[in-house]
Design a protein around this ligand. Structure first.
Ligand code: FEO
Length: 398
């Protein structure tokens, strides 16, 4: 099977998952890859493995280069099953001398595979292992995004093997950033950050500061998903810095669900109001937009306006599910507002406001409720709500 030498004697031996379309609730329309790397030297080292159903891809790729039994060390940068699912079979095949992992990695490997007899070698943050003329320096990245997560840095190669960080769910036959469409790559990197890392933004800011303080030189970042950053690895570091600060752009989202199109009419009028003030707006109907695509847009939009009618004294289930998902990711530093049609009880706007308050969105309005079907004057109120949001966004960012 095809392998790729990413640095002298360091090979990509991972797997492309062409068929995955749902990654625990995150839509992966382009599939993904599970990247694993084999470094040859005085000791042969395998960094990470792949998802269990793709174990044979990994084994065949390793065999293309060396007999798997000749691997001495395995590094587990992260225990989540998309990178460790193949581990039991690989450990049986390789019989490694050592399995390097973080201390939390050790605990989590035991809790996943129940193999106390594996040759674990838990490492401290910053610990180095010398292998011939190369070094592996382990950098603990706890909660980015699991307690066990760590990076492996090879200073002689200026290579950072970054586990889930800087990844993209992009399944391709290309291995490097300069070989794929840049717009698609950056969209997938943004979607990945929005859906996996937003809630860890404060830790990401600290990590980026730490990397800068340590003066780590990087000319290649090899994440565990998607393509490898070699053309300009500084670009993804800059983007992570930007996203982690949650500054938001001059952009407003109108996210809604509708029952008999009344809330939809309101959504369009609200968006008209935003647009009339010269601010970019995007209307997102939850019936046709996947929640993970919607939170991708939330990441860098300064204003979020939510619309939902009342159903059974509550919200429509798609909106309720979206709010649960978005709240878990904790986007911050947003202006918020709510609207919706109702028939008799009309709780939906209050529930939308309550959720946004819990998320510490800055609510710019008490919320707009319209009985049954909006008339022209009701739609004028919606337009005014949009204008108000646009002016708030402009005041904050201009
Ligand atoms: Fe790609 Fe957290 O696993």
């Amino acid at each position: 099977m095809q392998v790729y030498e990413i640095k002298k004697d360091i090979y990509w031996v991972g797997a492309v998952d062409w068929t995955v379309r749902d990654f625990h609730g995150y839509s992966t329309y382009e599939g993904t890859t599970y990247n694993a790397f084999l470094m040859l030297g005085e000791k042969n080292v395998l960094f990470d493995t792949v998802k269990k159903p793709l174990t044979s891809d990994l084994i065949h790729r390793i065999r293309t280069i060396i007999d798997p039994a000749k691997i001495d060390y395995i590094v587990v940068n992260h225990v989540e099953m998309d990178h460790s699912g193949a581990l039991p079979e690989i450990v049986d095949l390789v019989k490694p001398e050592k399995i390097f992992c973080s201390k939390m990695g050790h605990q989590n490997l035991l809790a996943h595979f129940h193999k106390p007899d594996w040759p674990y070698h838990p490492v401290e943050d910053g610990e180095e292992v010398k292998i011939g003329d190369r070094t592996i320096k382990f950098l603990e990245t706890r909660m980015l995004h699991w307690p066990d997560s760590m990076f492996s840095y090879i200073p002689e190669e200026k290579l950072l093997i970054s586990s889930d960080a800087f990844g993209q769910h992009l399944g391709t036959s290309e291995r490097f950033d300069d070989e794929v469409d840049e717009a698609e790559l950056l969209y997938q990197a943004r979607k990945y950050y929005a859906n996996i890392l937003t809630l860890y933004s404060p830790l990401i800011r600290k990590l980026l500061e730490k990397v800068q303080e340590m003066g780590i030189e990087i000319d290649m970042i090899a994440p565990d998903h998607g393509v490898i950053w070699r053309k300009n690895p500084g670009k993804i570091l800059e983007l992570y810095d930007d996203w982690s600060h949650n500054r938001g752009n001059r952009r407003v989202l109108v996210i809604y669900d509708t029952m008999w199109h009344s809330t939809e009419k309101m959504a369009k009028a609200v968006a008209d109001g935003v647009e009339s003030e010269g601010v970019s707006v995007q209307i997102l109907d939850l019936a046709v937009n996947h929640r993970s695509d919607v939170v991708t847009e939330v990441l860098d939009s300064k204003g979020v306006i939510l619309g939902c009618p009342t159903l059974n004294n509550g919200l429509l289930p798609r909106m309720a599910g979206f709010l649960m998902y978005m709240r878990g990711l904790r986007p911050t530093n947003k202006f918020g507002a709510a609207f919706g049609s109702y028939g008799w009880s009309g709780e939906s706007v209050g529930l939308l406001n309550k959720t946004m308050e819990e998320m510490k969105f800055d609510l710019i309005h008490d919320g707009l409720k319209i009985k049954y079907v909006p008339d022209h004057s009701s739609l004028r109120e919606c337009v005014e709500l949009g204008k108000l949001m646009a002016r708030k966004v402009k005041e904050a960012l201009d």
